[in-house]
Design a protein around this ligand. Structure first.
Ligand SMILES: [Zn+2]
Length: 274
């Protein structure tokens, strides 16, 4: 399992979502033109696993992740999803487990059920030697406890990391990578951005989280029609501007950032012993 060398890598997005899927061919072309050659496309529930699989089969740029998002856990029952998840993961040897995690920010969360689903998905990831894409909001202590009680030893990505700065060192020791969303360059998110000063260069990735998390106007290079409810749609081709603005913000040379993040993605995706 490895990242393609030389291009930009969107470490987290949802190309299967209707707001993007409708423009799939155009998006893939515009994203390639922006120099992006790898998209880590995260499923959210058994309902979209086939869509993500189809995208991975059609486009060599897509690295699929299959999993159950904490927002979907409430509506899940226990009917055979683990076998189905293993089947998708086995069918795509380069795939990871995601988007999974814990979220106490969302209304009506059931953290016990979220922990149960998260731990069971970590177990599957460990048994197949797969990396994991993690969503965590306001549940950092729970996340740490789950990792501590799990046998899980694969690399994991804390996407759109917004956790406490004092936990970064422990997560690094546990094998974490951290991705910075273009959204964090919004002025009101400056505290989240500042935390990335403390992320080691060899654990950093960048993401759009498209179609959501629209970055500030100066990072929007390419637009798409709004969703049915009128909300704006983020385009993965905006990733180039995110790389450029990250390079300026961090004082790191852009070419060095591109090459470093390519190595980081390869390390995150590397298949470990099972
Ligand atoms: Zn996501």
């Amino acid at each position: 399992m490895r990242a393609r060398s030389g291009g930009l890598i969107d470490a987290h997005l949802h190309l299967q979502m209707p707001a993007l899927r409708e423009f799939e061919i155009r998006i893939i072309e515009e994203t390639r033109n922006a120099g992006v050659d790898q998209l880590l496309v995260n499923a959210t529930s058994p309902q979209d696993w086939k869509d993500v699989a189809d995208l991975a089969e059609l486009h060599s740029d897509v690295t699929p992740f299959f999993g159950i998002h904490p927002w979907q856990v409430n509506s899940m029952d226990d009917s055979g999803w683990e076998d189905q998840l293993r089947n998708f993961l086995t069918r795509f040897p380069e795939s990871g487990v995601g988007e999974v995690g814990l979220d106490k920010w969302i209304r009506d969360h059931d953290i016990a059920k979220q922990r149960d689903f998260f731990l069971r998905q970590l177990t599957i990831a460990e048994s197949l030697g797969r990396p994991v894409a993690v969503h965590c909001l306001r549940a950092w202590g729970h996340l740490w406890e789950c990792l501590a009680q799990s046998e899980f030893s694969q690399p994991f990505l804390l996407h759109s990391f917004s956790g406490p700065g004092e936990m970064i060192g422990d997560f690094v020791d546990r094998g974490a990578f951290f991705s910075l969303s273009g959204y964090f360059f919004r002025p009101e998110k400056s505290a989240k951005l500042e935390a990335f000063q403390n992320i080691p260069d060899d654990r950093l990735l960048l993401e759009t989280d498209a179609p959501d998390m629209l970055p500030p106007a100066n990072l929007i290079a390419t637009t798409l029609p709004p969703k049915e409810d009128g909300s704006p749609v983020n385009h993965p081709a905006n990733l180039r501007r995110i790389y450029e603005v990250y390079s300026e913000w961090s004082g790191r040379d852009l070419d060095e950032v591109i090459s470093s993040l390519s190595d980081n993605a390869a390390n995150f995706l590397r298949k470990r012993s099972q």
